[in-house]
Design a protein around this ligand. Structure first.
Ligand SMILES: [Zn+2]
Ligand SMILES: [Zn+2]
Length: 332
């Protein structure tokens, strides 16, 4: 089954958030099958970690969807990362352990400190935690820095689109940081997140979790463990504007790939990208709602797909946005 969700969501327990955890879940349920509540980990004046955790525990009793408790951490390589673990793996202690030791705002900076933080986690949490590098374009993170931390088994996901339609070229552009990581053999996936703080309806400029961007995971059931596993193994894709559903992306023969999906709107372009960002196949004619193609590809370590839809009118603002999707890599 496919489930949708969002791992980058701020509640009123952050200085710049607006809604309680229960209010977020209530409004996001229409769009999401799971959520993570990710407070800003600047302790203590800006983030009420205990309060957030208490609200998450309450919300779990009230709502029937997985709600991860986590935080957006000030990483030694500027700027934000999220660490995800499941409820039975000391979910509250995770941030309590990290923030006093590794918060960049306390002067812990640089690639070496980042590696130490990841090594600490690997030792203390093993394979029960993974890291998302959020908005690597705010500020711009050098591909070299991402390559330096990529050997850590904790680093699994690089963000693409989040708040305000902010699209990280590091993840989106062929040949940029993500392709460099993949070309070196690091199995990193891409995700989108709302970075929800305050909704348009409430005087803000955010959409609800899952309303604008979606991570769509393939799981056996909607549980914490299955969600965790899908993110760690890359068994998901991400979209803006819910552009596609039920993608198939697989080898049909050696050197031959099948790509198929249902489109939720008009498509403009699809590109299949391989090592060093080389585009090895492209499509710009779409007869119907169902896209299906079988094509040959040159030898490579991985293949990934990005697609753009026809521009649509924004829901809460003037102007248009570009719907898009990213499929996570198919590895050889
Ligand atoms: Zn952030
Ligand atoms: Zn955020």
């Amino acid at each position: 089954m496919w489930i949708k969700g969002d791992l980058h969501v701020h509640s009123h327990c952050c200085g710049d958030g607006s809604l309680s955890v229960a209010e977020i879940v209530e409004r996001a349920r229409e769009y999401c099958d799971f959520l993570a509540i990710s407070g800003h980990c600047r302790v203590p004046e800006f983030f009420r970690a205990e309060r957030q955790y208490a609200e998450v525990l309450e919300a779990r009793k009230k709502f029937d969807i997985p709600i991860f408790n986590t935080g957006e951490v000030e990483f030694p390589i500027p700027r934000h990362v999220i660490f995800i673990t499941t409820p039975e793996n000391r979910e509250f202690e995770l941030l309590q352990a990290l923030v006093p030791r590794f918060c960049r705002r306390n002067g812990v900076t640089g690639v070496e400190a980042a590696k130490e933080e990841l090594a600490f986690l690997e030792k203390a949490w093993g394979d029960k935690v993974f890291m998302i590098f959020n908005h690597p374009n705010a500020p711009d993170v050098a591909a070299e820095d991402l390559l330096a931390i990529a050997p850590s088994p904790v680093f699994k996901v690089l963000a693409c689109v989040d708040r305000g339609e902010r699209r990280a070229p590091q993840t989106w552009d062929p040949g940029n940081a993500w392709d460099r990581l993949l070309t070196k053999g690091f199995r990193i996936s891409a995700r989108c997140g709302s970075d929800f703080h305050r909704h348009y309806d409430d005087g803000g400029r955010d959409q609800y979790p899952g309303e604008f961007v979606q991570d769509v995971l393939q799981v056996r059931e909607n549980t914490y463990d299955e969600i965790f596993k899908a993110y760690v193994t890359g068994n998901f894709y991400c979209t803006v504007g819910d552009l596609i559903r039920e993608p198939v992306f697989a080898f049909s023969a050696p050197g031959e790939i099948t790509l198929a999906f249902e489109a939720n709107g008009e498509m403009e372009k699809i590109e299949v990208i391989s090592e060093s960002g080389k585009i090895v196949a492209a499509f710009d004619e779409f007869p119907g709602e169902r896209f299906s193609a079988v094509f040959k590809v040159p030898p490579g370590r991985y293949y990934r797909v990005r697609g753009m839809g026809k521009k649509r009118r924004r829901k809460y603002e003037e102007g248009e946005f570009e719907p898009l999707f990213l499929l996570n890599p198919l590895y050889c």
